[in-house]
Ligand binder design. Sequence first.
Ligand code: ZN
Ligand code: ZN
Length: 642
Amino acid sequence: MIRISFPDGAVREFQEGVSSLDIAKSISEGLARKVLAAKVNGEVWDATRPISMDASLNLLTWDDSDGKSTFWHSSAHLMAEAVEVLFPGAKFWVGPAIEKGFYYDIDLGDKTISEDQLKDMEKLMNELAKKNSAYVRKALPKQEAIAYFEQKGDEYKLDLLQGLQDGEITFYTQGNFTDLCRGPHIPHTGFIKAIKLMSIAGAYWKGDEKNKQLTRIYGVTFPSQKELDEYLAMLEEAKKRDHRKLGKELGIFTFDDEVGPGLPLWLPNGAVVIEELEKLAKETENAAGYKRVVTPHIAKESLYHTSGHLPYYQDSMYPPMELEGTKYYLKAMNCPHHHKIFSSDARSYKELPVRLAEYGTCYRYEQSGELFGLMRVRCLHMNDAHIYCTREQFAQEFRAVNEMYMKYFKIFGIEKYVMRLSLHDPAKLGQKYINEPELWLETEAMVRNVLIESGIPYVEVPDEGAFYGPKIDVQIWSAIGREFTLATNQVDFAQGRRFKLTFTNKDNQPETPLIIHRAPLGTHERFIGFLLEHYAGKFPLWLAPVQVKVLPISEKFIPYAANVVDELKKADIRAELDDRNEKIGKKIRDTEILKIPYMFVIGEKEVNEGLVSVRKQGIGDQGSRPVSEILSTLISEIKERQ
Ligand SMILES: [Zn+2]
Ligand SMILES: [Zn+2]
């Protein structure tokens, strides 16, 4: 018998050779129908693979990211099976799962594939899936594997085999298709109920443009048609809400070739959004006891050697400039500058925690191919702060950071979010992770407790911590259900030592503070990109670049309308006058396209009675109201950040 321990701590005995699927069945048939794979002693396995030792077991379904990626990778095999039927002689390189779906890189010989053929392939994949063909795993000696692919004339798999050791080679077969693969896979093809092949692209073998170009086919699959339909509808909606498209239409940002790729120019409307976000951050941080600092955009090379960013992070930094015999780097992060501010003065435990905040401008060298609108840029403005605290203060400080997140999520209507807590691996202390076993366990436990106590949804990811401490990635979902990584918080017990930061503790001894790196609003670039999609460009009143457009019905009402605009401006409301010689219908439509929250229409009645006719975006006509009354409504709406 072997002992299997479950995530809830329960331990049960099973016959040696039992599979995860058998174990799922022993719990419930319903569960067994959902199991795609299983984590056995931390490794993802086929659910059908026999277990022959005591093990910890975590059954994986569609709701687990490892379950999803196993599903999608298995779908790549299914696609390859269809390719082999439709393109006999095709050779296969690699077919991984990606963030959403999968691809396979294929050598089609002298053939090409058309969009119509993708449809045929989808159809064939659906037929093959319905056969419920099992994914059968077979371990075999390297020589046998080589012989198989030599006979097939497949130089790609032979190349893959070269890098593998005898004893670690497995084949997987489903239906008539056999692939060299380390797995794992789902139990059978019948789980794949909905298939969409998305696109075709060229991809150089091994990413090297000197090599042959292969055909890459992207696809996505789901366990139900409903989920596929929802996903495609979401993509359609996301296209309409594309931040690059909206950013242009609404005058938020632009790029210029001569300024350089990945260096956004914020237009006046974008600058307003930036200012409002910074105002929010400053108010919130002031109330939470942060102090603001301002630091230069460059620093001497030695600073980044002290921090350890050089040489390890060099590829992500702009190359240095040299003056007076010294190299200077553009800063890729604000931490080292802040650490220097901490160490600029003697610190006592009585002053801690010290919280230094700055909307810091950083420069990172992202590969040209990686640049993407505001999401991947080379110049970014980060809602940064560093908290220097004692071990006793840590939990409270971390809790307060989380509360700040919750406050922001509420303001922005972010309803779905998850914190990914990345932990260390004790086996890799001193190599991948700084060798502080107790501090790791202590801070991980404190972070975990705070997350549990505050009821924040979170997942734990082993062996993905930063070098110097546990890391918390914050994932948020936009109104249409697309996932974004907002920011990373880090606990840091290495930088303090590298920078020789100390405070005098209660026993009058020097002690190194713990550091929390946090950036709840991420960077302006990514956050405004997210907000554009989230709001579909319809910023709430407090964030809207233009809050009110005043529309006189005819020329003779312009003086009154101009007065209204003046009054709004005096109250710090961003108002504009539309004094064009256009029909009111057109003026209203144009304002709607710009997604301006309020329109005040001015006609005879309004002028005579000192009113404005109010139209609210998304709601419509709200009738005529005295200027002073609507003014106080707007002021309170803005103040409440509704
Ligand atoms: Zn595979
Ligand atoms: Zn930092």
